[in-house]
Design a protein around this ligand. Structure first.
Ligand code: ARG
Length: 463
């Protein structure tokens, strides 16, 4: 091989290696946290007499200039600097000279990246939390309009018992409220400052970790330097929290897809959220909820991916850990857009009350009420009542009626035990009465649903 060719090969290899090693193309997302962390660090170094006031002022001013350059698009992100931390420091030194080289005193990129990334995760936990609150509010608002709208409640996707649609919506309000609480508790658990852990063992410099902790808004400094630079639990937690919320989003998306199908027609989604088919001109496809459901896959992938990266790492920092960020950025972006889109879909969907209510007349939804009546009023053992009710269902089927449509004579004819049953049973089999009979705590009756809505309203006010 000629010398020239050899040189080209070497350059190419170097370039590939730089690209392989670098994280700047994605960790530039952390520029604001990096600069915030560096300002806090320099201020603390100054308080401790490690930097002079002039040096600190130059550093702070320079860092703010770098921030401006990044935000205005002037900043050149280059692979030469490997990651955002090196890039910011190098540009700072270019601008202010000598004091820039003192910024990294008593700090390592290991505690720096742990700090920046944790700041990012903490900020996102709060913003996702507030998006979730809006989503809860949307479900509660829809619920409060439909506490009397009947919908068939299902198990195994088979008609089971009548519910009101508001109650069904509140199931999702509960899920997203738990998600909110999950982000909140992770935020609290991880609200500790890594800065000052240095490379892995702390530092001989006379630093003050409480001071940087306070400047960065954490509750206290982390307790163990080596644990801190190795730990990515906080990133796993946000990935888990996002996965759980996406799982909930995916379930409502699935219901919306079913409910908007021709066979159900329970809801109609605004045309903005549907697309046409390229071949079948008559079609309207629920692409948006399908994507909400589909994007859940990548979010789960990001969680499993980081779990796998972390599982065999010896203490302390290893470069593998650089693989922690892209998945988190991707999951955060995915959940942010997914929550805001779902919020709009739910706000704008049109509920087809007539279709929901007429669907309740299929499948003998109030059959359990007959069994319950026999238990409550006749003292019958539940299992006996169950078999008697089965006969009434058979009778209704043979008459091509729903159990709620049977006359008292038809009910009496279904089983000898029912020969003398009181006419009030007809009332018990009425679908709306059946829904309203479920007054147990957490049940579906309109009265219980309204209590649940009130509780949600209080929660929304206090959070
Ligand atoms: N870019 C690295 C990361 O994201 C920063 C930490 C590098 N530390 C080191 N000793 N190489 O993890």
């Amino acid at each position: 091989m000629s010398n020239q060719n050899n040189q080209i090969l070497k350059n190419t290899n170097a370039q590939i290696l730089d690209e392989f090693n670098a994280s700047i193309m994605f960790d530039k997302e952390l520029y604001a946290q990096d600069i915030k962390g560096s300002i806090a660090h320099s201020a603390m170094l100054c308080e401790q007499g490690i930097l002079t006031k002039d040096e600190q002022e130059a550093i702070e001013k320079g860092l703010l200039q770098v921030k401006n350059e990044i935000e205005s698009g002037e900043f050149k992100f280059s692979l030469v600097y490997e990651d955002i931390h090196m890039a910011v420091e190098s540009r700072l030194t270019e601008i202010i000279g000598e004091p820039g080289k003192r910024l990294h005193t008593a700090r390592s990129r290991n505690d720096q990246v742990a700090t920046d990334f944790r700041l990012y995760v903490q900020e996102k936990s709060l913003s996702i939390k507030s998006q979730l609150k809006e989503l809860v509010e949307t479900f509660v608002n829809v619920a409060s309009k439909h506490t009397k709208t009947l919908i068939p409640g299902m198990t195994h996707l088979q008609h089971a018992q009548p519910l009101n649609f508001g109650y069904h919506m509140l199931a999702y309000a509960n899920m997203f409220k738990r998600d909110y609480e999950r982000f909140e508790s992770s935020y609290e658990r991880n609200n500790y400052s890594p800065l000052g852990s240095a490379a892995l063992a702390g530092t001989p410099h006379n630093i003050n970790r409480d001071s940087t902790c306070e400047k960065l808004g954490f509750k206290a400094p982390t307790a163990h330097a080596m644990d801190t630079v190795s730990d990515r639990d906080f990133a796993l937690e946000i990935l888990f929290n996002i996965s759980t919320s996406m799982m909930h989003i995916s379930r409502i998306a699935e219901e919306l897809i079913t409910w908007s199908s021709y066979e159900f027609q329970f809801v109609r989604m605004s045309d903005e959220y549907a697309t046409t088919s390229s071949i079948m001109p008559q079609k309207k496809n629920p692409d948006v909820p399908e994507l909400l459901r589909g994007k859940t896959g990548r979010v789960y992938g990001n969680l499993i991916s980081l779990f796998t990266v972390m599982k065999g790492l010896p203490l302390a920092y290893n470069k593998d850990t650089q693989e922690d960020k892209e998945g988190v950025f991707d999951s955060v972006k995915t959940i942010e857009i997914s929550i805001s889109i779902l919020n709009e879909v739910i706000k704008t969907m049109i509920v087809n009350v007539d279709k929901m209510e007429s669907a309740c007349k299929i499948g003998h939804l109030s059959a359990t009420d007959l069994a319950d009546f026999l238990v409550q009023k006749k003292g019958m053992p539940f299992r006996t009542a169950y078999y008697i009710t089965k006969d009434v269902v058979t009778c209704a089927n043979s008459l091509n009626k729903d159990i709620s449509e049977l006359s008292i004579d038809e009910i009496r004819s279904a089983n000898d035990e029912l020969k003398e049953i009181d006419d009030e049973i007809v009332m018990y089999l009425d679908l709306r009465n059946s829904m309203n009979a479920r007054t147990s705590f957490g049940g579906t009756s309109t009265q219980q649903t309204e209590i649940q809505i009130e509780n949600f309203k209080k929660w929304l006010e206090n959070n």
